[in-house]
Design a protein around this ligand. Structure first.
Ligand SMILES: CC(C)(COP(=O)(O)OP(=O)(O)OC[C@H]1O[C@@H](n2cnc3c(N)ncnc32)[C@H](O)[C@@H]1OP(=O)(O)O)[C@@H](O)C(=O)NCCC(=O)NCCS
Length: 252
């Protein structure tokens, strides 16, 4: 693994590195063998890119979080490294913040935002224009489709499926009641499936291998292996044995 020590791409001495034009590699960047960097990739300090990773055009890696002066959630600089593990792909225009760790063989599509200190497990895919907030914990072999909002510190366990446009919430009273913990994110247990455009309210847990129907608004926990649909979501039946057996996540 080659380590940079200058403020331009001249600092990396790695003959197996392929890179386009306009690439910026800051100090304290480590790059493994056979890495591909597209055009205009910007790599801030404290980034490790493991071997075989492919970083597409206009990607920003290792960005420090910033907020406005009056933001409800002031942020501080993160010291932990940003890691893109081996053989992962980061799509065009994506931004991976400081301290985020992307597991091996992940596919991160175009214009995805992954905020600081988030962890993404191996072989997970994240669709275009999805926004994963800070400190989320996403398991391995998870599929998150496009245009999702995954709220801060959310836990999404292995093998879950999140359909397009799923929105998850963490602050029930939208900042109006300071006595209530404002970070009360939902949890999605292993192998659960969330239909497109479903909304998960703060603090709900979707049980193992449960299914939430498209467009549902989930206000209460959904037990394991149950199907819940509607606004507000109600359990209508058990997940069928066939669907349990066909699930990509065999947890019984
Ligand atoms: C929840 C779901 C899996 C249920 O499918 P199913 O087991 O075949 O159930 P059915 O279609 O027989 O529906 C059972 C009942 O629930 C209702 N229902 C089904 N899905 C619903 C939904 N998303 N919202 C509200 N009601 C729903 C049906 O109208 C039916 O009601 P009825 O008994 O009064 O006629 C499916 O409807 C769904 O929403 N899938 C999500 C698809 C998706 O988002 N994919 C993303 C990737 S493309």
């Amino acid at each position: 693994m080659a380590t940079s020590n200058s403020s331009t791409n001249k600092g990396i001495d790695n003959k197996s590195l392929t890179q386009g034009v306009g690439v910026v590699i800051s100090d304290d960047v480590e790059i493994g063998d056979n890495v591909v960097l597209g055009n205009y990739v910007v790599i801030h300090p404290g980034v490790t890119i493991e071997s075989g990773a492919m970083i597409q055009d206009f990607v920003v890696l290792g960005r420090q979080p910033k907020t406005g002066k009056k933001s409800t959630f002031p942020v501080k600089n993160i010291d932990a490294r940003t890691v893109i593990s081996r053989d992962s792909q980061i799509g065009t225009g994506s931004i991976i913040y400081r301290g985020a760790k992307i597991g091996r063989d992940c596919f991160i599509a175009d214009q995805v935002i992954i905020r600081e200190s988030t962890i993404v497990g191996e072989e997970t895919g994240i669709g275009p224009q999805t926004n994963i907030k800070d400190g989320a914990r996403i398991g391995k072999q998870v599929k998150i489709q496009d245009h999702c909002h995954i709220t801060e510190k959310m836990i999404i366990e292995d093998g879950s499926f999140i359909g397009p446009g799923v929105i998850t919430m963490s602050d029930k009273y939208m900042g109006r009641d300071k006595s209530i913990n404002m970070q009360n994110s939902p949890t999605i247990r292993a192998g659960a499936s969330i239909g497109g455009q479903a909304t998960l309210l703060p603090g709900v847990t979707i049980g193992q291998l449960a299914i939430v129907g498209a467009g549902s608004v989930v206000t209460k926990d959904v037990p394991a292996k149950k199907v819940a649909v509607g606004v507000p979501a109600k359990v209508i039946k058990d997940v069928s044995d066939k669907q349990l057996n066909d699930s990509s996540c065999q947890i019984h």
